[in-house]
Design a protein around this ligand. Structure first.
Ligand code: SF4
Ligand code: F3S
Length: 80
């Protein structure tokens, strides 16, 4: 699945939400960023192209410290 990473924090532009065909990008008012549900993402890449701060990438392309966002995105949905 695709993953939302650090540049989203404090920005929360939400352009990604509008283009996602399966409506799997969510947040809450008090959360620092948006999150992709890894069980619902169909890897279409529409969100990656829509984000103005390039916060979104495929999990397989994430390197180093950015890999922790794989769990950060998944954990948002486990806690719901
Ligand atoms: Fe939605 Fe496609 Fe982005 Fe997955 S890759 S979160 S399906 S827009
Ligand atoms: Fe965040 Fe970019 Fe979406 S800033 S809310 S990942 S469009």
């Amino acid at each position: 699945p695709y993953v939302i990473t650090e540049p989203c924090i404090g920005v929360k532009d939400a352009s990604c939400v509008d283009v996602c065909p399966v409506d799997c990008i969510h947040t809450t008012d008090d959360a620092p960023q948006y999150y992709i549900n890894p069980d619902q993402c169909i890897d279409c890449a529409a969100c990656e192209l829509a984000c103005p701060v390039s916060a979104i990438a495929h999990d397989a392309s994430l390197e180093g410290d950015m890999r922790r966002y794989i769990e950060i995105n998944a954990n948002f949905y486990r806690s719901q």
